[in-house]
Design a binder for this molecule. Structure first.
Ligand SMILES: *Cc1c(COP(=O)(O)O)cnc(C)c1O
Length: 401
């Protein structure tokens, strides 16, 4: 079955719900039992198809988890998806589930910023050794392994600077060493990167972004191999009390039905805007892994099935002062200034990756403090977006002289 079909049917069972197309929203804390004997048995109930207490899973969460598992599924993976309250939790909580004091964790140097904060703060406080590595290291990651290396985190492409990681090489090296590989798969979503086909053990995403798709909810998902689930995630989720809210499950499932269509349009719109930017004299580089000039293109072509609409560009030095960038961006009409992404509307922000690195140098850190303009291309007409950018560049030029 193809993903477009899976996205439409996943987690739905109209016959079980009076013919209603969508699963109803269960607002649940208490579950009442037939008798004391049933109540005393509740912890032995099979997870995934029974309901014992609100946080352990309800028909609302099971339906979305099943739909996401169906899309993530690949050889050896997609066994079970669990939900949590944000994309950030989807990164941090598996780390808490897997790691113990004395363990060593490897994190790419371009990792989503708040994850860096969590690792340097909470994880180090708990006695976990945290080391940042060059995201482009590939199989040479083994040079960083220590006897106590337990988990290798990956994120590909990075969400500010878009380096594509050699996930199969990293995951194979980790497996050889007996470590687990975890991935932030938010950029590609389970449609455009099949994490389990590439050796990942725990695939996570900010459902907030493309799956939600409408800037109206926050949620994270964590899908694991059976082994990683049984050993770490299941128990951890229960002990940490993690769950998804029923209304957000409904919104995420609604977003999921149209995800394949939306993503295809995001991909096309994003590339059209990126190609237009390539020809602008104010632009120094366009950083987009699905364009042939990009250093990540070969890996993107090998491993990915499509491209997101989140990418970046840099400005020529003489056009890159912050006041000039503000003159360009502040009055924009189609591109809003904001940092979540994945929904129907276009966004644009300047970001400064050099500040967040410790293991590598951001190559252009000498120019305009390494400023990168990050763009999320939404579902508007490309012509309107380009017209907005064109007027923005006129303001940029005027403010730069
Ligand atoms: C936004 C984002 C997250 C966090 O998602 P929230 O739901 O906002 O917590 C994690 N990873 C990446 C790559 C993101 O862009």
């Amino acid at each position: 079955m193809k993903d477009e079909t899976r996205a439409v049917i996943g987690g739905r069972d109209p016959a079980a719900q009076s013919g209603a197309v969508n699963p109803p929203v269960y607002h649940v804390s208490t579950i009442v039992y037939d008798g004391v004997a049933d109540y005393l048995e509740r912890d032995n109930m099979r997870e995934g198809d029974t309901v014992s207490y609100g946080i352990h899973g309800t028909p609302s969460t099971y339906a979305l988890e099943q739909a996401l598992s169906d899309l993530e599924a690949g050889p050896g993976g997609g066994h079970r998806t669990r939900l949590c309250n944000s994309g950030l939790q989807a990164q941090t909580m598996p780390m808490l589930c897997v790691l113990s004091a004395g363990d060593h964790l490897l994190i790419p140097d371009n990792v989503y910023g708040p994850v860096r904060g969590f690792a340097k703060g909470t994880l180090r406080r708990l006695g976990i050794e945290v080391e940042f590595y060059d995201p482009l290291i590939g199989g040479d990651i083994r040079r960083h392994f220590r006897p106590n290396t337990k988990l290798v985190h990956t994120e590909s492409p990075g969400s500010w600077t878009f380096e594509v990681q050699d996930i199969p090489a990293i995951a194979a090296a980790a497996k050889e060493h007996g470590a687990l590989t975890m991935m932030d798969n938010t950029w590609a979503s389970p449609l455009y990167f099949k994490a389990f086909e590439h050796g990942v053990d725990i695939s996570t995403q900010a459902v907030t972004k493309y799956v939600g798709g409408h800037s109206d909810m926050i949620m994270g998902s964590v899908t694991s191999t059976k082994d990683a689930y049984d050993r770490y995630v299941q128990r951890g989720w229960r002990q940490l009390g993690l769950c998804g809210s029923p209304d957000d499950c409904f919104l995420a499932a609604r977003g999921l039905r149209t995800l394949p269509v939306r993503l295809r349009q995001h991909w096309t719109n994003g590339l059209a805007v990126a190609e237009w930017l390539m020809a602008r004299p104010e632009v120094a580089e366009v950083i987009h892994p699905a364009m042939p000039h990009d250093p990540g293109y070969a890996l993107w072509q090998r491993d990915f099935r499509g491209a997101a609409s989140l990418f970046a560009f840099t400005l020529q030095e003489r056009y890159s002062s912050l006041p000039a960038v503000c003159a360009m961006l502040d009055p924009m009409e189609r591109f809003a200034i904001g940092s979540s992404w994945g929904a129907f509307e276009s966004l644009i922000v300047p970001v400064f990756p050099a500040k967040l690195r410790t293991a590598t140098r951001w190559p252009i850190e000498g120019r305009a403090q390494g400023q990168v303009i990050r763009i999320h291309v939404g579902l508007e007409a490309v012509e309107d977006l380009i017209a907005d950018l064109d007027e923005g560049f006129a303001r940029l030029r005027a403010a730069s002289t």
